[in-house]
Design a protein around this ligand. Sequence first.
Ligand code: FES
Length: 356
Amino acid sequence: MAANPQPLLQFWTDDEPLECVNFLPEAPNTASFTFRPPSGALFHFNAGQFVTLELPVAGGPLHRTFTISSSPSRPTSLTVTVKAQPDSLGTRWMLDNLRPGMRIKALGPAGMFSNVVHPASKYLFISAGSGITPMMSMTTQLYDAGSDPDIVFINCARRPSEIIFRERLEHMASRLPGIALTWVVEEQDRYAPWTGIKGQLNQLILGLAAPDYLEREVFCCGPEPFMRAVREALTGLGFDMDHYHQESFNAPIADRPVEPEDDVTPDEDAAVEVTFAKSGKTAKIKETETLLAAAKAAGVPLPSGCTFGVCGTCKIKTKVGQVHMVHNGGITDDEIEEGYVLACCSNPIGDVSIDA
Ligand code: FES
């Protein structure tokens, strides 16, 4: 492992690989990985954003997107906290293989799920499982800011032993009365008394934890069925959903997919040619297929992560031609203006040449 570099007054960019400097088991099948740039550059991001890691698994690199669990108020390192899913190659590889001293490529940070983007005087953070990670980042940043924030923090887990960051959050809450924690578990651990709430999050628990929920900016992160239940509960309570924000890497991050202003629609019967200008390769696809599919067909390696327009990993520049792109927040208006598109959610309209 490299000696601790002195912090540099410059910000990390994703040209520089990151070195894993710490591995910390957090809960069953869940661990935190902390990274630093070997140059000592500082991290600059909004709490709640994510990075895409290039994982060197057997059979070729995999791109996986993870919310940052550390806070931008502690900019010398960056931590992601990962739960290994039984069917996931990438997260399993991380838990079994990624250790201090290893260097990997990372892209980002990116994402709009942040209290910096949706600032408010009162927050309601609702999460399930590893969906707690962006809430941890935002809460730590608000804690570090020095004033007493107003946060109602609800986290749901299967068992108390599976609650990630419990001690750290309880420590913060013990020092700032404006952080109110509610844990909701489905069942208790054997031989460990549990005096908190047992069951499923519902309107009653929401109302008890945050009687003034109507005045709060709500951030929700977890599996899609969980977020759907939260949305239904809030809608049923008359909550103004303009103040609701959600994130899950199994579902779109933007409140609504961002449709282009053009009125073109990809034609199922139109065959087009996509040219990859740098590699000199081409692919013939239908307009209803994506540029990412064209790259795969042509054997052009294009990095990708979420594959639904959130993470920005597959950003490329078009040279000639028009695309129809429906994304979920992974690209800015300025980048679109400069000719960039997200390959995973862009359909060619006619022949297209791209800079790859
Ligand atoms: S792969 Fe994430 S935006 Fe395309």
